[in-house]
Design a protein around this ligand. Structure first.
Ligand code: TLP
Length: 341
């Protein structure tokens, strides 16, 4: 039985076209700054997002951590959402790598608002850690792939400006947000000092992210990338995959969103969708079960050939992606009905 894998959009394999581009890639040593495709990719992403400079890094995690390191001092505080990737899934990186403490706030499907952020800013008093960075995530992974509404980010950005804080965007799935709501990526990016974009999620590349920001910020991040062991050598091979993803895999994200919507409709009919259909906005579908049932449900789906991802003891996540087609969609809906019906 061929398994259908909906655990994550990170699981996609490079397509034949992408592999061809990687095979043909001219390479240089990027630690010397001599890999043309890497240099071009950094400029390309920076221009797409309206920023001065970009830095190619191995992962979304490193990109987020470099953004924190480059914009904080030890003892500072970073405000973020309590299920955000940089707080939940990055191994305590902010504390270890930047010596900052994270102030996690509970959002609505991962979305924070300006009022709760204002209320959580520490007074200027020597008892408190000083807030210096606000980090948001768009789309919000644990929020169920929800798109951050631009007006809310604008209000949060006003708060940040009033207090002279910097703003970082974990845009691992920024292109999903762009396709879902038709907002230009630069309209999001102009509200942030740094933005991280991943090629290895919905865009289907095997590896790689780019951090963008001002030339000064990226210069600092470049130094820290070396310190974190992220200086790479002949990585034009990977940059070629990034270029290919930008050329061919952005518009098609709409297909992933459509398939996710159909999966969500089935889950809704079966009474297991976490919330109403309006929260399934991109390629992530979240299912909710009575407490303690998710390991058993995961096994039941697996027995039928569907791999899902257990988020916690109540939630299961399905993520649509480049390697998930209409036939697999039909089969998945049948499996959901069989297991849950
Ligand atoms: N997310 C992965 C897991 O780590 C949970 C996934 O399967 O969704 N930001 C966001 C919003 C992410 O979802 C991820 C990966 C990252 C950053 C980290 O990217 P990598 O894995 O490249 O370090």
């Amino acid at each position: 039985m061929k398994l259908i894998d909906l655990r994550s959009d990170t699981l996609t394999k490079p397509t034949a076209g992408m592999r061809k581009a990687m095979y043909a890639a001219e390479v240089g040593d990027d630690v010397y700054g001599e890999d043309r495709l890497v240099n071009e990719l950094q400029i390309r992403v920076a221009e797409m997002l309206g920023k001065e400079a970009g830095l190619f890094v191995p992962s979304g995690t490193m990109s987020n951590q470099l953004a924190i390191k480059s914009q904080t001092q030890p003892g500072d505080e970073v405000i973020c959402e309590y299920t955000s990737h940089l707080f939940t899934y990055e191994g305590g990186g902010p504390a270890v790598l930047s010596g900052v403490q994270v102030h996690p706030l509970k959002g609505n499907h991962g979305i924070l608002d300006a009022v709760q952020i204002s209320e959580s800013i520490r007074p200027k008093d020597h008892h408190f850690a000083q807030t210096s960075l606000i980090a948001l995530e768009n789309t919000h992974n644990r929020g169920g792939g929800v798109v951050y509404p631009l007006p809310i980010i604008e209000q949060i950005s006003d708060v940040a400006k009033d207090h002279h804080f910097t703003m970082h965007l974990d845009g691992a799935r920024l292109m999903n947000a762009v396709i879902a709501c038709g907002v230009d990526p630069s309209a999001y990016a102009e509200l942030f000092d740094s933005v991280s974009v991943c090629f290895s999620k919905g865009l289907g590349a095997p590896v790689g992210s780019v951090l963008v920001g001002s030339a000064e910020l990226i210069e600092k991040a470049h130094r820290f990338r070396k310190m974190f062991g992220g200086g790479m050598r002949q990585v034009g091979i990977l940059a070629a995959a990034g270029h290919y993803a930008l050329d061919y895999h952005i518009e098609r994200l709409a297909e992933d969103h459509h398939r996710a919507r159909l999966l969500a409709e089935t889950c809704n009919e079966l009474g297991v969708l976490e919330d109403d259909l309006s929260w399934t906005q991109t390629n992530i579908v979240v299912l909710s079960f009575p407490k303690g049932n998710t390991a058993q449900m995961e096994a039941a789906f697996m027995d039928e050939g569907l791999q899902v991802s257990v988020v916690d003891d109540q939630l299961i996540r399905l993520v649509t992606h480049l390697d998930f087609d209409d036939d697999q969609l039909d089969q998945s809906r049948e499996i959901l009905k069989k297991v849950l019906g």
